[in-house]
Design a protein around this ligand. Structure first.
Ligand code: SF4
Ligand code: SF4
Length: 351
């Protein structure tokens, strides 16, 4: 399987995705066009403002060893865009100058594939920030040079967050590729052996569930209980928490929705499940997202839609926390994915 970009798909462009989200496919089916911003206005949240700058999320590149069906980054082995060391230096500078950032969240693609990943992690550690790595699990087995990643994570006190779309092979492989479930289980065992997810170790291993079809996730608490029971019983695997994430209708997930004839139905579901409490707590209010080329976005989803922050500080080389704190967050129809039902963020449900 190839990325949308490598396939030359129109959906690889941000403009095309936004057009479909705003006006429907071929400008038909107006069901999905009730503006998200209007919902925010109705509950007194427009313009949407940041509460604090606490989480610095860095997308280290689009390169990945997997090509998951629902990937919002359109990542894969055919994507070569990765962050340079110069841009990482600029990120470190911004972090040094802004102590309100307590957490650095490293994502991708597979962030570990960036040749400067380990150097960068070492430098962030010196700043005494909490580090999260979004590890896709299979990277640990993909090549000998990654086999010691669990030890590396441990020695840098990294919190590991990993996607496992389901606790059974069929649904995981359908979404992430043949053989991914088996390799993910092997990688989870290695992480457990290193102490990750084990009681009293202080090494945090969180898993992420996202639906394999055009539906919203079940309740986070009950699904976590189910995952814990089955993974312990069938594979003797333990972990800390499960985050349920709603699929945001962009990039390859948008492609899937359109091809399966589910786009309008899915948007309707998200719109009718709009939850004002979840809207209060959307992650863009305390997070900034830095792209592989150093541009700054309100979140990873706005990054993929090329919606740079609406203020003068658009690149990490000219990071201005006052301008960023006072900006208005850019919203559009994809934001319904963050506010439906119990809400959704990189840390799971928010309401
Ligand atoms: S592992 Fe993550 S970044 Fe890589 S293709 Fe899958 S969803 Fe995208
Ligand atoms: S998609 Fe991004 S900007 Fe929109 S509500 Fe979610 S986090 Fe905020």
């Amino acid at each position: 399987m190839k990325s949308l970009k490598a396939l030359g798909s129109k959906l690889a462009t941000a403009r095309e995705q936004i057009d479909i989200l705003e006006h429907g496919i071929d400008h038909e089916h107006p069901v999905s066009t009730f503006p998200f911003a209007e919902n925010l206005r109705n509950i007194g949240l427009l313009p949407l403002k940041p509460t604090e700058l606490e989480i610095f999320q860095i997308n280290m590149g689009k390169m990945c060893n997997q090509v998951c069906q629902h990937c919002h980054v359109d990542a894969g082995p055919d994507r070569k865009e990765i962050m340079t060391r110069d841009t990482m230096q600029q990120c470190l500078e911004a972090l040094k100058n802004n102590p309100s950032f307590k957490t650095v969240d490293l994502t991708g693609g597979a962030p570990e594939m960036n040749p400067d990943f380990r150097w960068f992690v070492g430098e962030i550690r010196k700043l005494e920030k909490k580090i999260i790595v979004r590890c896709n699990l299979t990277i640990i087995l993909a090549n000998k040079k990654y086999h010691d990643l669990p030890e590396f994570f441990k020695s840098h006190e990294i919190e590991v967050v990993s996607s496992l779309p389901f606790y059974a092979k069929d649904r995981t492989d359908k979404q992430r590729g043949t053989g991914v479930f088996e390799d993910s289980i092997k990688a989870l065992k290695k992480l457990n052996e290193t102490g990750y997810g084990m009681e009293g170790s202080g090494l945090i291993l969180n898993l992420v569930y996202n639906p394999s079809g055009a539906f919203m996730p079940a309740a986070q608490n009950s699904l976590e209980k189910e995952y814990k029971e089955v993974l312990k019983r069938d594979f003797n695997i333990v972990f800390n928490s499960l985050f349920t994430i709603t699929n945001i209708p962009i990039s390859r997930y948008l492609d899937y929705l359109i091809k399966s004839g589910n786009f309008e139905k899915y948007m309707d579901k998200l719109i009718s499940a709009f939850n004002p409490v979840a809207a209060q707590n959307v992650m863009c209010r305390n997070t900034l997202s830095i792209g592989w080329d150093g541009y700054i976005y309100d979140c990873d989803f706005n990054q993929m839609l090329d919606m740079k922050v609406a203020c003068d500080s658009q690149h990490v080389s000219e990071f201005n926390s006052d301008a960023l704190k006072n900006r208005s967050i850019l919203v559009n129809q994809h934001c319904y994915g963050c506010t439906a039902g119990a809400g959704s963020s990189c840390g799971g449900a928010v309401a």
